[in-house]
Design a protein around this ligand. Structure first.
Ligand code: APR
Length: 312
């Protein structure tokens, strides 16, 4: 089997750690791209030099030139500003929209067959920008959000129950932000609904912590946002695609009527395989959950309106 080529744009905290996970999992050869000359080259070389110790075979190169990304199977976009304390989503939107736009424009020229995974925040709006700019079908532009939000919920449940994270599964839908929709009914421990294992107030507290988990890290770090779990989450998706695993992972995808929502990116359970999005699963929701999902959709819609106004 030919080795896959994975381009990671943004060699900052998230991008560099994504490269590390991808390399150790031997998912393919990695091209790190950044706008700051020297940084992607330096980090790529440093990673190559770790390979004999950690025993992974991957060619890792760094560049500022998109020509080097030619023929990529996957393009992962992590470039842009991370959220800092006090920064509104609108500030982040204004800063990151032109960055994502120019990256996708350049990357698609050299890799017209690639699947794009967007990580830059505000996530659902940036995925929309990537789809608009690339003109790609929705199967090939996917936002990373639910994988991370669900991982956080899983970690919190395992911490609370003092049990292995391996046995905990969770589903978080909706937008990547305060309006996300963690679904307690679909959170299980070895198949046992968490609602049978924890009292309602503990579940509510865990759900609330999950909603604010990104902000919790931002307020601790003070100078940036989370990167270990985000980079691991994006590689969970990349692995599912590269190995055609057909995994079911919540991702932000362009909805065309699923859940009664149309024309925006929103987190829903998705089947990921070699073609990217290979299916969208519509789960049963309670009245309350459906309302929460609609609120989530409205918050994404208003951000997308801002993107459109900016294009004005
Ligand atoms: N092209 C390529 N790289 C760029 C560009 C650009 N136009 N603009 C900025 N970058 C690079 C920066 O030089 C930096 O190396 O993107 C990198 C961002 O890295 P960090 O500042 O460390 O940010 P990080 O924590 O990795 O977060 C990046 O991912 O999770 C999201 O909210 C987060 O939007 C943020 C993104």
């Amino acid at each position: 089997m030919d080795r896959k080529k994975i381009t990671i744009v943004g060699a900052g905290h998230v991008g560099a750690h994504a490269a590390l996970w991808a390399a150790t999992k031997e998912l393919g050869d990695i091209v790190l791209v950044d706008i700051v000359d020297g940084v992607p080259q330096g980090k790529a070389l440093d990673l190559m030099e770790a390979s004999p110790i950690e025993d992974f075979d991957a060619r890792i190169t760094g560049t500022t030139d998109y020509k080097d990304t030619e023929g990529s199977h996957l393009v992962i976009v992590t470039a842009g500003l991370p959220r800092k304390p006090g920064m509104s989503r609108s500030d982040l939107l204004a800063a990151n929209t032109p960055i994502v736009r120019s990256i996708v424009e350049q990357a698609i020229k050299y890799s017209p067959e690639a699947i794009f995974i967007i990580v830059t925040n505000p996530l659902d709006a940036m995925a929309y920008v990537a789809k608009e700019v690339s003109g790609l079908p929705r199967e090939r532009v996917i936002g990373m959000a639910g994988a991370l939000d669900s991982a956080r919920l899983r970690a919190f449940v395992a911490m609370e129950l003092n049990c292995s994270v391996e046995d905990v599964h969770a589903l978080v839908m909706g937008s990547h932000g305060d309006e996300m929709v963690p679904l307690a009914d679909y959170t299980t421990v070895a198949g046992i609904p968490v609602t049978q294992l924890l009292p309602k107030e503990r579940i509510d507290a865990i759900v609330e912590r999950t909603r604010k988990a990104g902000g919790e890290i931002v307020s601790l770090l003070k100078t940036g946002s989370a990167y270990y779990a985000p980079s691991a989450s994006v590689m969970e998706m990349a692995e599912a695609i590269i190995k055609d695993k057909k995994r079911i992972i919540p991702c932000s995808v362009y909805l065309q009527g699923e859940y009664g929502i149309e024309g925006i990116f929103l987190g829903v359970p998705v089947k990921l395989g070699k073609n990217g999005v290979e299916g969208i699963i519509e789960v049963r929701l309670t009245e309350e959950e459906r309302k929460a999902l609609n609120r989530s959709a409205e918050s994404v819609r208003s951000l997308i309106e801002e993107v459109r106004l900016g294009e004005g």
